[in-house]
Ligand binder design. Structure first.
Ligand SMILES: C[S@@+](CC[C@H](N)C(=O)[O-])C[C@H]1O[C@@H](n2cnc3c(N)ncnc32)[C@H](O)[C@@H]1O
Length: 260
């Protein structure tokens, strides 16, 4: 890939091993999100990463390899599809790809049965003196049940545990198979007027679909120009229109239709 996240461990994983972990997120999106996580660290935004819909761990490992010391990763999945061996396979990928067991936690179960306290407790791990209430997530990836109701509930859980300057990444946006998911996002944004779509990360393919990066409006200036500068060759300069503002569009091959 002609560009990188800037984190050597994340870039090595994406270049050499990403395809060895089955999954549905693009290497393009993992690279951009790896860059965002690295920039969070550089800006002093600390906390954990968490994912709803971890599957074999393809995107999870890319995010987790970008964590700073003392931060942890949480993967939530029913881990029952396509068979009961999924959780063991996930742990074996993590071990093989350099993610030590003490750096992450997996919750096997339906995310709908989890509370904010469950998320905080899982992230507290066994560190002596760690207060569950202090556990904040700085980067959430939501990639679980693709119904409108589930996405709204997942967003509520993520928002309740998010660092004030944190980021929520939504998978399968604008996917032809899930055309109404974006309606849920629009409803949520209408109820959260201080939030913005920071960036649309375009698809690589139908199984490596677009993602939206969401954050509070005060966080946008910390990342917007940086994304356009860092991924200049992937920046689709016309931007994405959200009625009240435009957001960044990053796409593997930016171009504009030729009209004679
Ligand atoms: C598209 S896959 C995730 C792909 C993965 N994030 C990646 O990037 O490769 C969706 C996952 O969400 C999980 N899932 C769906 N509904 C769920 C729920 N209610 N609770 C927990 N996990 C759920 C499924 O078991 C499945 O593994």
């Amino acid at each position: 890939m002609p560009f990188s996240s800037g984190n050597p461990a994340v870039d090595r994983y994406i270049a050499e091993d990403y395809d060895s972990v089955r999954g549905m997120s693009s290497a393009f999106a993992a690279t951009i999100c790896g860059h965002v996580i690295r920039r969070q660290t550089a800006l002093g935004i600390t906390g954990h990463i968490a994912e709803i819909g971890t599957f074999e761990g393809r995107f999870f490992i890319a995010m987790a390899l970008g964590l700073a010391p003392g931060e942890r990763a949480l993967g939530i999945d029913t881990f029952d599809w396509p068979n009961a061996g999924l959780l063991d396979l996930f742990h074996s990928h993590c071990a093989r790809l350099g993610l030590a067991r003490e750096r992450y936690t997996a919750i096997k179960g339906n995310v709908r049965s989890l509370t904010v306290a469950d998320i905080r407790a899982a992230l507290g791990g066994h560190q002596p003196g760690s207060q569950a209430s202090e556990q904040k997530v700085r980067f959430w990836h939501i990639d679980g049940d693709h119904s409108r109701e589930a996405l709204i509930a997942d967003l509520a859980l993520a928002e309740a545990t998010l660092h004030p300057q944190g980021m929520i990444c939504l998978d399968d946006m604008l996917h032809p198979g899930y055309p109404l998911l974006v309606v849920a996002v629009h409803q949520w944004l209408e109820r959260h007027p201080d939030w913005r779509v920071l960036a649309v990360i375009d698809r690589e393919d139908i199984v490596a679909a677009a993602k939206f990066l969401l954050c509070h409006k005060d966080v946008v200036p910390l990342f917007e120009q940086d994304l356009m500068d860092t991924f200049k060759a992937q920046h689709w300069v016309l931007g994405s229109e959200w009625e009240r503002y435009f957001c960044v569009v990053l796409t593997p091959q930016p171009r504009i239709a030729e009209v004679d």
